[in-house]
Design a protein around this ligand. Sequence first.
Ligand code: DQA
Length: 143
Amino acid sequence: KKILAIHGPNLDLLGKREPQIYGYETLADINERICGEAKKLGMACDTFQSNYEGALVEKIHEALTDYDGILLNAGAYTHYSYAIRDAIAAVKKPCVEVHLSNIHAREEFRHTSVIAPVCAGQIAGFGSYSYILAVHALSELCK
Ligand code: DQA
């Protein structure tokens, strides 16, 4: 099995970006942990980050043929991108929504996820450990 971890806008700045909210680990650190955990569970893993909605949509499309499941932190697109939501619905592969912060405990606009209804589930609020939990969830879903 092969999974794809996708990171949306501003997550390339992890480590420097509001560390009190998002932590001090860089995206490279987190990708290493995601793929390390996937490997332990017998899965291959690719990672991708973009600040552009269309690039994220096109990467999700690759799951049609190349991946068994998706782990997705869509960043702020979570809250309003119907294009990303439709892409997830289109590829019909399990997708686990991930957030570092507890989006439900923050500003009102972060409480809504337009992608949640097309994802298998949402993991939010555990910092970088959210991604590790998501790898385990995806491993079960891909069985
Ligand atoms: C985030 C939460 C979003 O509201 C925010 O726009 C992000 C990061 C998180 O991981 O906590 O960019 O997805």
